[in-house]
Design a protein around this ligand. Structure first.
Ligand code: ZN
Length: 113
């Protein structure tokens, strides 16, 4: 019998799935599109001050990459209690709002296809 030692070829791609950080990255295109959609106002409460591009779902839950339907322009900063960005990141009611809003955005995107 002939035994041959063969090295396993290195995978061509470095990583099958992008890291959560990469998937959660908000590109400038996504940011601009979200800002345009928001009309310069918080998409949750309608206020104009200190808008931030907030993830509507946890970064690690993003499948491939963050799209404009995964984010919303919300008033911040997220570290300040009472701002919409803070509410969706840290409260149950806010999380539910974010999920519903994201669903709505995806449904609307489908209709416009
Ligand atoms: Zn707000």
């Amino acid at each position: 019998m002939n035994f041959e030692l063969r090295a396993v070829p290195k995978p061509k791609h470095k990583r099958f799935k992008r890291t959560a950080k990469e998937r959660g990255r908000i590109t400038s295109e996504v940011y601009e599109a979200a800002l345009e959609r928001s009309g310069g106002r918080c998409e949750r409460c309608g206020k104009c001050d200190y808008l931030q591009c907030a993830h509507l779902i946890r970064r690690w839950k993003v499948e491939v990459e963050t799209t404009v339907n995964d984010v919303a322009m919300l008033c911040g900063p997220s570290v300040n209690t009472g701002t919409c960005h803070n509410i969706i990141d840290y409260t149950q009611a806010g999380k539910e709002w974010a999920e519903e809003y994201r669903d709505r955005l995806y449904r609307r995107a489908k209709i416009n296809e």
